[in-house]
Structure formats: structure tokens, C-alpha cells
Design a protein around this ligand. Structure first.
Ligand code: COA
Length: 196
């Protein structure tokens, strides 16, 4: 069998952004992102600088193994690190009710919020995922009360079914950040939307 090797996370430019793989020089940007209380409002832990360094090393390894791991978002004009947005294979230390899956996720510095940056980056990776990687479905999930993130999912045309709400693995059920919502986008839905 002849196997074609494709780069599953190429460096690309969109209207305002550069989307690319992680590199070790992103550490300062990641630490700034992970220690900002506004960014971390819906996360259970605020990683220390050391934990961000370990997370970056894991991301480098996962992008080596899976081909992608929540790609970096950079400002096209200035080259500044804005955060991350894109595809990943979930690795949260416990099975998800909808495994196996490919997830799309995002985390951006607050200075960029509300300008459609997440939607611009995510739209590129959805198109790439369905058209180039031939994925059948991409999912997104967040805590019930993260309305900013849910709005991004809605703007991307993802479908929400309350019957699929779930408790995040390893989080005590009484914890306010336990209950999650799941949004799905199939290749069929994506192509229907694209073709109007
Ligand atoms: C979620 C996040 C990536 C969105 O990035 P962004 O670039 O601001 O997203 P966009 O501008 O593309 O879209 C945001 C939408 O949410 C809307 N929004 C903002 N605050 C909102 C709120 N409290 N409730 C509902 N919608 C809200 C915006 O108005 C916008 O929709 P609109 O264009 O229809 O007006 C960013 O807020 C972020 O990094 N948050 C912290 C990290 C995080 O929670 N990540 C998700 C974890 S699952």
C-alpha cells in the first residue's frame, strides 16, 4: 500500500492570522495566557510557569504523534503570540462519552476577544479537517456557563443537543465546572453550510 504523508498542521496565513505548530519559544506567551485570571475563568487550575512548560512539552510530543495539538495563533502583522485554536485528539486523563473524536478548542489573550479571531482560526481548521484530513466529525465542548466559547461553537455552525450534556471525567459532580455541553459538526453539515 502506498501511504501519502501529509502535514496535518501546516503553517498557514488567514486574513489576520498565522496558524502554526507549537515551538519551545512559545513558552512565554503560554505562561502569560495560563496565568491570566480572565482567560482561566472556566478552568479548574491556573498552571504555574513550570506546569505550562510541561504542558508545552506535551503539546510538542502530541503534535509529533497526532500531527496536531491545538495549533498556535499568531498576529500576522506583528508576529505576536495570541493563543491557540484548532484541532486536537483529546487527552484529559479519562474517557469521554463520545470517544474516539477529534476536538476543536481555543484559548486567546483577552486583548483580542470579540473581534472574531477564534472564528477566523477555527473556520480554517474545520475546512482543513473536513476537506484535507477527510474527518467525518469534529466536536467541541465546554462548561455549561462558558457562553463566550459556546457562542463560537454556534457561529461555526456546530449542533448542540442537551441530551448529550456530560460530567467531565475526574471532576467531582458537585463542582461548578463539572457539567459540560457538547457540540458536534459533521462533514455533511459543514459541506451543506459551505455550499449555501
Ligand atoms: C472563547 C474565546 C476563545 C472566544 O474568542 P473570540 O476571538 O473573542 O471569539 P469571537 O470574537 O470569534 O466570538 C465571540 C462571540 O462571543 C460573544 N460573547 C462574548 N461574551 C459573551 C457572553 N458573555 N455571552 C454570550 N456571548 C458572548 C461575542 O459577542 C461574539 O459573538 P458575536 O460575534 O455574535 O457578537 C475567548 O473568549 C477566550 O479565549 N476565552 C478564555 C478561554 C476559554 O474559555 N476557552 C474555551 C475553553 S472551552
Amino acid at each position: 500500500m502506498v501511504e501519502t504523508l501529509i502535514d496535518k498542521c501546516p503553517r498557514v496565513e488567514t486574513e489576520r492570522l498565522v496558524l502554526r505548530k507549537w515551538q519551545m519559544s512559545d513558552l512565554d506567551g503560554l505562561i502569560k495566557l495560563n496565568t491570566d485570571p480572565r482567560v482561566m475563568e472556566f478552568f479548574r487550575k491556573r498552571p504555574s510557569a513550570e506546569e505550562s512548560e510541561s504542558a508545552l512539552k506535551r503539546a510538542l510530543q502530541r503534535q509529533e504523534e497526532d500531527g496536531f495539538c491545538f495549533p498556535v495563533v499568531e498576529d500576522k502583522q506583528t508576529g505576536a503570540f495570541l493563543g491557540y485554536c484548532g484541532l486536537a485528539i483529546p487527552a484529559y486523563g479519562g474517557p469521554l462519552p463520545f470517544d474516539p473524536c477529534v476536538e476543536i478548542g481555543w484559548q486567546l489573550i483577552p486583548e483580542t476577544w470579540g473581534k472574531g479571531i477564534a472564528v477566523e482560526a477555527a473556520n480554517f481548521w474545520l475546512g482543513f479537517g473536513f476537506e484535507t484530513l477527510q474527518l467525518n466529525e469534529v466536536v467541541a465542548f465546554t462548561v455549561v456557563q462558558n457562553h463566550k466559547s459556546r457562542r463560537v461553537m454556534e457561529k461555526l455552525g456546530m449542533a448542540y443537543d442537551p441530551a448529550e450534556d456530560f460530567d467531565f471525567p475526574g471532576v467531582p459532580v458537585e463542582h461548578p465546572l463539572c457539567r459540560h455541553v457538547l457540540y458536534r459538526l459533521s462533514k455533511k453539515m459543514y459541506l451543506e453550510c459551505e455550499n449555501g
